[in-house]
Ligand binder design. Structure first.
Ligand code: LMR
Length: 394
């Protein structure tokens, strides 16, 4: 029965992992998948997470089911981390999910069940897995303009203009911070204007917050989401702990819904959980339990925040140094935007052919749209990298 299957679509980010692994060249450089790396190219287990895991192993007496919603204390801690300590918890609910992708899928399922004809508007460009998740859920997808490749900035007026034409009841998928793949983000005034439009037009905000703490700080990175939450009656949000707790393979995330009141939020959560039951039933426990222990213990939490600060500051300093190296090598300000972008990614503005030449001639791996993972930049070889990039420009 499988003979009629066409080849399955491949994810361009995950495909790159395989290509990189298969490359025997010793000096090869991985700027592909969004995984944090330290100076030595390692992705360490965070100190506080390791300690929380020790405590978990020492105290865990059973591995019986927790239920569809997962760990209730984890869910509440995530609501406070994302929506803030003063979050209106009477009308916000969360379900623990397998990673941010699981959360995105549950939010999409909720939209599909609430309003099957809804269109979800996504930024042009957006994360490679957004549209597949939405389409597999059966939702219609349209793009709104977002990124100006010439200036490296957000096309905010064009974005508002497009969203003003969306139908009431449509959903708008937004990156809460650290836009993936561009690194170009909305400022506070823009979030405020956008929140007004979403409320006036009765569009459902659908916020993907996968890099909280990687841009400006834990609270600063959630500021846009909180501005929106203060203005609209309902919204959904998908949070990931993959990056900020470095628990990538443990699959830890949360799907959140804010309702007009608690009863409606409960009903919405119920539908997300009904979808979860058929998709994967219950979320894995281990990583979420470790995150719950970290967030609930003041000393561990302080240590986690300190390590997260180091992570962010390293990426910020790499941005500045890399922009400077490119300025020197290209003798232009063409790449200066890298220093002002925030988060794990920036898009260099190279063509697919230039990206391929970098891979073939220089062993430099980046996503085909020229997205780089800033954390993968080699601190001691920035000038060589800048030289290779400038070499493929002509
Ligand atoms: C990325 O964008 O590289 C990460 O979110 C990892 C992934 O699953 O694509």
């Amino acid at each position: 029965m499988f003979e009629a299957l066409p080849p399955a679509p491949t994810d361009k980010i995950l495909a790159l992992i395989e290509l990189y692994r298969a490359d025997p060249r010793p000096g090869k450089l991985d700027l592909g998948v969004g995984v944090y790396k330290d100076r030595d190219g390692r992705t360490p287990v965070m100190r506080a997470v390791r300690e929380a895991e020790k405590r978990l192993l020492a105290s865990q007496e059973t591995k019986t089911y927790l239920g569809l919603v997962g760990d209730a204390a984890f869910n509440m801690a995530m609501i406070r981390l994302v929506f803030g300590e003063n979050a209106d918890t009477a009308r916000i609910r969360a379900a623990q999910t397998p990673g941010g992708s699981g959360a995105l899928r549950l939010c999409a399922e909720l939209i599909k069940r609430s309003r099957p004809e809804a269109t979800v508007w996504v930024s042009d460009p957006t994360w490679a897995n957004h549209v597949p998740i939405l389409r597999d859920t059966g939702l219609k997808v349209r793009e709104y303009p977002y990124f100006d490749a010439d200036t490296g900035t957000v096309r905010f007026e064009a974005m508002l203009e497009a969203l003003a034409k969306a139908e009431s009841g449509d959903a708008v998928l937004l990156h809460g911070c650290c836009h993936n793949p561009t690194g170009a983000n909305l400022n506070e005034a823009q979030w405020t204007a956008l929140a007004g439009l979403l409320a006036d037009k009765r569009l459902l905000p659908f916020i993907d917050i996968a890099y909280q703490g990687f841009g400006e700080g834990l609270d600063a990175d959630a500021a846009g989401l909180r501005i929106v939450a203060a203005k609209v009656p309902e919204m959904v949000a998908a949070a990931s702990c993959s990056k900020n707790f470095a628990v990538y393979r443990d699959r830890v995330g949360a799907a959140m819904v804010m309702g007009t009141n608690g009863t409606q939020a409960d009903a919405a959560l119920g539908h997300m959980l009904a979808a979860a039951r058929t998709l994967y039933s219950m979320p894995p426990d281990h990583g979420a339990a470790a995150v719950r222990i970290v967030l609930g213990d003041p000393a561990l939490r302080a240590d986690w925040e300190a390590e997260l600060d180091e992570t962010r500051n390293r990426m910020l300093s790499l941005r500045v140094k890399f922009a400077e190296a490119l300025r020197q090598r290209s003798n232009s300000d063409r790449f200066d935007f890298i220093a002002s972008h925030r988060g794990m990614f920036s898009r260099l503005g190279l063509t697919e052919a230039q990206v391929e030449r970098l891979r073939n001639d220089h062993g430099v791996y980046m996503v085909g749209d020229s997205r780089i993972n800033v954390a993968g930049l080699p601190e001691d070889r920035l000038d060589d990298l800048a030289k290779a990039i400038v070499a493929v420009l002509d």
